[in-house]
Design a protein around this ligand. Structure first.
Ligand SMILES: [Zn+2]
Length: 111
């Protein structure tokens, strides 16, 4: 696997965790999420993000409610109970991964 593909693979997971995190707190919609992810350094086009949201909805992690804003249909997504649960699990794994991969690396580079 090329480095680019491997990174894409990692980021695909990070992006989904990020989406869930925000969708637990408040309803999210595509454009807003693209901006939010952009602030964190992930450049996603609507053509990439929408299928992710749709896939997560289909799998039961998000629910969608449509709303009309300024004449345009806006799809709002919220995390379901299942989504919240999987985020909790991801959080535990992330903490552990962070402890090993980030903290240990920091310790080594500062000592
Ligand atoms: Zn965020």
């Amino acid at each position: 696997m090329a480095a680019d593909d491997l990174l894409k693979h990692f980021f695909g997971g990070f992006v989904r965790v990020h989406i869930l995190h925000h969708a637990v707190e408040a309803p999210i919609f595509g454009v807003e999420m693209i901006e939010e992810l952009g602030r964190h350094g992930y450049k996603l086009s609507p053509g990439t993000l929408y299928p992710i949201l749709h896939g997560m909805e289909k799998a039961g992690y998000l629910t969608r409610t449509d709303e009309v804003v300024e004449g345009k249909r806006r799809r709002n997504y919220r995390a379901t109970k299942k989504g919240e649960k999987v985020l909790q699990e991801a959080r535990i794994k992330l903490k552990e991964l962070f402890g090993e991969v980030v903290r240990e690396t920091d310790r080594k580079s500062t000592s």
